[in-house]
Every structure is written in C-alpha cells, then in structure tokens.
Design a protein around this ligand. Sequence first.
Ligand code: HAX
Length: 421
Amino acid sequence: MGVLHDAFAATVPALRARRAEVLKQQGDRVISQVSAAQAFGGMRDVRALVCDTSVVDPDRGLIIRSIPVLQLLDRTPEEVFFLLLIGRLPLADESSAIRATLAGQPRVPEAVWHAVEAMPRDAHPMAMLSGALLAMEHESAFARAFEEGVARDDYWRASLDDALRLLGSLPTLAGGVYHIRYGRGPRLAHDPAFDWAENYGHMLGVHDPLFAAAFRRAAVLQSDHEGGNVCAFTCHVVGSVLSNPYLAVSAGFNGLAGPLHGRSAQESTQWVLAAIERYGGVPAKEQIEEYTWETLKAGRVVPGHGHAVLRGEDPRFTAMLEFGRAHFVRDDVFETVSRMAGVVPEVLKKHGKAKNPHPNVDFGMGALWHHFGVTELAYYTVPFAISLAMGMLAQLVINRALGSPIVRPRSVTTEWIRSLP
Ligand code: HAX
C-alpha cells in the first residue's frame, strides 16, 4: 500500500460521514433552478454537480482546496495531485514518495505503441493520446477487481491504483505520441530519476532545462477546473457507470479535444502566428485591433478568449504571461501574445457579445511550447490533457469512495416545453 492509498484511506470515513450528514440535513434544499433557456443553453450556471477538489470563482479564478492557484506556483504537479485528492498539501516525505511512485511506474506495453502507430499518419495527437489509453485499458486494476467481485466500499482502492499507473504513464504516452505523430525518431524511455515534468521534457526531446519549470507551472495551473468543464464532466459521467479510469479519462480527453475547449490552445497559436506572418513581425496595437475585428466580422470566435464561468481575468493566463516575461528574450510569439492581451479584450468589449473579454489559459500556453521548439500546433492540447488528468482522476477516486450514483438527468422535448401552461 502506497503513501497516497494510506493518506486517502485516512480521509474516507470523514468524507462518507460528511456526505451522509449534509444529505440528511440539507438534502431537500433547492440549490438551483433550471429555466427553459438554460436547458437549451448548455445548462450554463445550473448547479447540479458536487465537486470538492476545486472551485472556479467567476472573479478570482481557480481555487484548489481553498488555495488560490497563484499560491501554488512553487508546488510540483505531484504535490498538487496529492492536494486535489487528499485535501491538504503533502509533507516532505509524502511528497518524495508520490514523486517516486509516479516515476517508478512500469514501462508502457509495446502493444499500446503498436496501436498508436497503426493509426492514420494524420490522426490528431489528441486522438492518439486517447487511443493510447484505450489500448492500455486491459491493464485496469479496477476492471480486474470488479470482475473478482470486490466490495463496493473498496472500489476506490483499485481505482487509485489505476490513477497512479495512468498519471505516471501519461508523460511517456504524450512523449511517444509526439514522436510517432511527427516522425521525431525513436521514442525515448522514461527515466525513474526524473520527476513528472522532467520526464515529460526528456521524452519530448526538449533539452532546455527551463522546460521542466515551465511545464510544472503549466501542469499546476491546468490540473483541475471544478467539476462542470466538459472534460471533467464527461469523465465523471463515464466513470459514474463504473467504466474503469482508462475509459473515463479517455472520454474526458475526447471532450478536451474540441475547439471550444482544450483545442483552443492550438487555435489560439494558429491565430497568433497568422497575425505575425501577415504583419511581418509582432503586430502593432492598431494592427491587432484590425485583425481582431476581421475575425469577429467573419463570424468567428476569437480563440483563447472568453469563458463559460470566469468573468474576471484568468489568473492561469496571467501566471504564464509572468513566466514568459521573466524568462523569454526576443520571442515574437510570446511578445505578440503579451501585446494582444492588452488590446483584444478592448475590442471584444466593444463587440459586446462575449460575457468575458479576457484571454483564458489556452491563449498563453501555445507560446510556451513554441518557445521550447515544439512547433506542431496540433500537439498543444496534449500537455493540457495530461495536466487535467490529475483533476479528473482525483475526482473519480473520490466519487468511487463516496459511492456516487450514475449520472442520469432527464431530458424533455421541445414540444413539452412549448406546451407548458
Ligand atoms: N470571440 C467571439 N465571440 C465570443 C467569444 C470570443 N472569444 N466568446 C464568446 N463569444 C460569443 C459567443 O459565441 C456567444 O455568441 P452568440 O450569443 O451569438 O452565441 C456570446 O459571445 C455569449 O457567449 P458567452 O456566454 O460569453 O460564452 P459561452 O459560455 O457561451 O462560451 C466559450 C464560452 C469559452 C465557449 C466562448 O467564450 C468561446 O467560444 N471562446 C473561444 C474559444 C476558447 O477560448 N475556448 C477555451 C475556453 C477555456 C477552456 O475551456 N479551455 O479548455
């Protein structure tokens, strides 16, 4: 039994008792109402999920277990995974134990690589990553335990085994996808001496020592975003029918792959690079205004801007901007992102549609990867995905421990709504 199993086991009785007590005392409380407009409109603002790992405050942004994300920037992804799952930061020995557990996962089976290699050469890297999880699903400890008739109270244990195996393997899978998809030569093996972020840089083939610091920050910033984002919600719905964590996280990744969600990192950088090409370098303020209006007038969304929940600036974007300002010198892509951040919101405000005119985290991330020589834009959702897997897996394990039921809301017909008295 590892350190995370022990630490989580210690929280489970209190988790269960608290849920039972809240249900008993507040079970009849109405916490939300749903209008017909919300049912047609993507359930925006409907409170119908419970998620304790993090909260997205519309004005302050991401808060993980009561800690604003900007206060976690000197933490490693391993520590933040511990925080998400256990509800407190790890002690020093717990921190090194989780690092060693993730780094010490066995090799990814060759069959998984064969499956990814067999995909079409122009498959999207997110499809390859998701496919890799499906090909690895046969390893699921949860699926095996379920077959063997494990008691419901113990579902979380094998789910946590899977979570650790999966998280430890994700940098390898993501690095392997990069090599296979872009013909970057032989895949590199992971090195147990490295931490999670170092291993990812190593397996991507990025040699700049700054990469690990950049990815640590990016992974912490993107580790979770409460329970209602498409990725986490999809993972929760699929996991709620006891599909194993590989299937559930793969499903979440498929949601993240959409242009209005995580693929926005790819779209954003495409948009930024096209501006640089068109104006022959970092565009001036007036050129950015012209460029943004053209996008809007063409009926397109400005990528990397707006948010379904956030209304103030996204602290995750600000943190990446600070990182680039501190470390990057003469980087046109980063410079353009930075300059656009001061201009595009004003245009979006004048346009008057988007409820949030600010850049979101995806707008800045591509500039990071580009800086480190990862210039294949379609790849940019992959580092986001392996980061957000932390939140998805923590939520899944907690839900297994709580015995959360299947998600099954009712739908109604348009005619039913039309004929309401
Ligand atoms: N550019 C142009 N118009 C925008 C816009 C943008 N960036 N953001 C919102 N709008 C428009 C919407 O399309 C909508 O128009 P209609 O009424 O004509 O349908 C209107 O403004 C109101 O939308 P909203 O309520 O402010 O935003 P939604 O909750 O409906 O959508 C989105 C939120 C993130 C999907 C939206 O802002 C968007 O499409 N942004 C660009 C894509 C993007 O950056 N996605 C990533 C978001 C962060 C994330 O999840 N990362 O993974």
